[in-house]
Design a protein around this ligand. Sequence first.
Ligand code: PEP
Ligand code: MG
Length: 758
Amino acid sequence: MLDVLRKIVQEVSSARDLNTALSIIVRRVRKAMNTDVCSVYLLDSKQGRYVLMNTLGLNTAAIGHASLAPSEGLVGYVGQREEPLNLDDAPSHSRYRYLPETGEERYHSFLGVPIIHQRHALGVLVVQQKVKRKFDEGEEAFLVTIAAQLAAVLAHAQASGSLRISPAGQREMAFFTGLPAAPGVTIGQAVVIMPPADLDSVPVRDCASIPEEKEFFRAALKAVRDDIRSVGQKLANRVSAQEQALFDAYLQMLDEESLGAEVFRKIEDGHWAQGALAYVVKRHVKYLEKVEDSYLRERAADIRDMGRRVLSYLQAGGEIIREYPDNTLLVGEELSPALLGEVPKEKLAGLISVKGSSNSHLAILARAMGIPTVMGLTDLPYAQLDGQQLILDGYRGQVVTNPDDKLRRQYELFIEEEKALTEALEAEAGLPCITQDGHQLPLMLNTGLAADHARALAYGAEGVGLYRTEVQFMMAERFPSEQEQVALYHQQLSAFAPREVTMRTLDIGGDKPLPYFPIIEDNPCLGWRGIRFSLDHPEVFLSQVRAMLRASIGLNNLRILLPMISSVREVEEARALIRRAWVEIKQGEGLAVKKPKVGAMIEVPAALFQIPALAERVDYLSVGSNDLTQYLLAVDRDNPKVAGLYSGYHPAVLQALTKIARDSHAARLPVSICGELAGDPAGAILLLGMGYQSLSMNLASLPRVKAAIRRVKVSEARELLEKVLGCASTDQVVGHLGVFMNDLGLGWLAGPKTQSPN
Ligand code: PEP
Ligand code: MG
C-alpha cells in the first residue's frame, strides 16, 4: 500500500495542472481501493459550496455543476465536521441528500474524508460502492493518508491560480505569502522578467566551423561581461565594496578558465556554441540543485542566469532594452542581482522572487539598498502578473494581486503613516536616550553588512553591540585571509572609535551556511555551529581572533563575544586561544595590543542556569534573544510552518530574560541584549524594566526605540513588566503591551496602524 501511496502522490505532484492532478487522484484511488466510485469535491470559497470537481463512477456531466453547502448532504457533513465518515448504507443517513445529476442513488457504501490544509478544509475525497459494506480500518486509513498528502498539492494549485472553480478569467484579489527579505511596503506595477533565453529548448546540432563557433561564443561572452560590468558600475555608489564583489564573482563565472573553458572544449568536440553552452550550464545547475546546502543551491540560479544571458547573445545578438514604469516591481522566478542595476533607481520600487530566500545575494543587496523585497513565493502565478498593480509588503513577506480599492487605500495610508513616522523619529533621533526619570539606557548598533556609520552616529548609537562577522565569511569564496579580516575589522573599529565595538566570533552553521564549507546535518540548529565549530577549527578561530586584535591596535575599543555558549568549558577553551593569540602579537611581535574584554552570548537555554559560573570567566554577557526564543520554544526560527508559534513575548521567554538580568546583577556582571526584541519599542521598555544595561539593534529600529524609552519612567517599565510576568499566554502579554503603549500615547511607535486584512 505504501508503494501505491507514494506513486500516487508523486504522479499528482508532477501533474501539469489541477484537472490532471484530480483525474489522477480519482483514477488511482478507485483502482487501489477497488471501489465503484471515487470523487473529489473542492470548496469554492466564493460560493461557500463543495463542488464536484472530478469523478470516476458518477455522471461526468455533473462535474463543475453538482455542489453542496456545508450544511447539505454527506459531503457537506464531512467538510463541516472535518472527520471521515464511513457508512455501509449512505441513503439511510439523516444527512444524505440525493443529487439527481450525479446518478449516485445506486451506491450504498460511502467513505468520505476531508482534505485539510493548515487547519482549513479544502474539499472532500469520497469513495462509494454499490454493495452495502463498511470500509475496513485499513481502507479508511489509506484514504485519510492520501487526502492529507494531497492537501498540500491542492493548496499550491489553488494559490498559484491553476485551480479555478469560479468562472475563468475573473481576476480576484489574492494574498501570497513568502519570506520577508527586505522591509518596506510599496504599491507598484509588476514587470515580469522572463528568462531571456531558454536553455532547455536549445536543439543539439553540430557546428560547421569550430574556429568560427569559438569566435562566436567568445564574442557573446565578451558582450555579457560588458553588460555585467556596466551594471556593476551603475551600482557602484549605491552598494559597498563587498557587495560590488558579487558582480566580480559573476564575472569570474564567465572566465575562459572556468565555465567558459568547458564550453570551448565541447565546441572543439564539434558542437555548436548554443548547444555546448546549454549542456555545460545545465550540467552544473543539475549538480548544484542536488546539493543540500541552501546557499550553494542558490548559486545554481546565478549560473543559470549567466547561461541565459550568453545564450540570448548567441541567439539574437543583444540585450532587450526595456522601458520601466514608475514604481516598477520586478517579478520573476529567479531574479538575479544583476537586474538591480538595469532599472533606474528612481523607478525601482520592489522585488518579488518566486525562488530564493533571505540568504540569497539578491536579498543581501536589496536590504543594503533599502528596496522592499519578498522572496520564496512558491505559489505565485508570476507569469500572469505582467502590468498588474500589486501590493508588496516586505515586513510580512506578502504580495497582494488585484487589490480592491479598500485594501489599496489602507496600504496607501500605511505608506503615508510610515513616511510621517520616519520623519517624526528622525527629528529626535539625535537626542540622548534617557527616560523621563533620568535613567540612561545606551543604544548600540547591530552590524554585519555595510553599516551606515554616519547615520548611526547621528542617531546617537553608543557603539556596536553586535558585529556579525559571519556575514563577511558568507559572502566570500573561501575563508577570508587574516589580512583581509584585519582590513574589514579595522574599518568597523575605526568608524566607531572611541566607542566600543563588540565583535562576535564566527557563528556559522544552523541557518548560516558557508558556500565553501557546507555542513550537512539532520538538525543543523542543534549541531555544529557557533563556538562548537570554532573550537574544532582552532586555526580558523585563531586567525580570526588575531585579525581582530591586530585591527584594534591603537584604537583599543574591541570587545570579543562568543556565540552559542552552552558550558563553561567552551568559554575556558576559547579564552585560552584568545590569550594565545594575544601573547603571540604582544610578546612574539612586540606590538602594543590591548587585552580585549571577552563576553558570552546567552542564547542556549543551558547557559541561563550557569550565570554565576560564567561570571567568573567572562567580562560581560549579551543575550541572543532570537536563538533563545527558538530553543526555549522549540520553534525553528526559519520554518514558516511554525512561524506563528515563535514569539519573544511568550511568557516563558520573558521569564527567562528576567532571570538572566537578575542573575547577572547578582553576579555584578554587565548584561546587554542584541536579539530582535531589543529593537522592538515595547520589548525595549520591558528590557528596561528588567534592568538590561544596554540594548543593541539594527539601525532602522534605533530612532523608534529611543522615542519609546524617552517617553517612559523606569518605574512604569517595571510595573508593566510585573503585569506581563503574571500572564499565562503570549496573547495576554500582547494585550497588556498594546494597552500600555496606547495609554502612554506610544501606539504609533509600533509602526503604521493600518494592517493587512489577514
Ligand atoms: C540572537 O540569536 O539573538 C542573535 C543576536 O544572533 P543571531 O540572530 O545572529 O543568531
Ligand atoms: Mg544567535
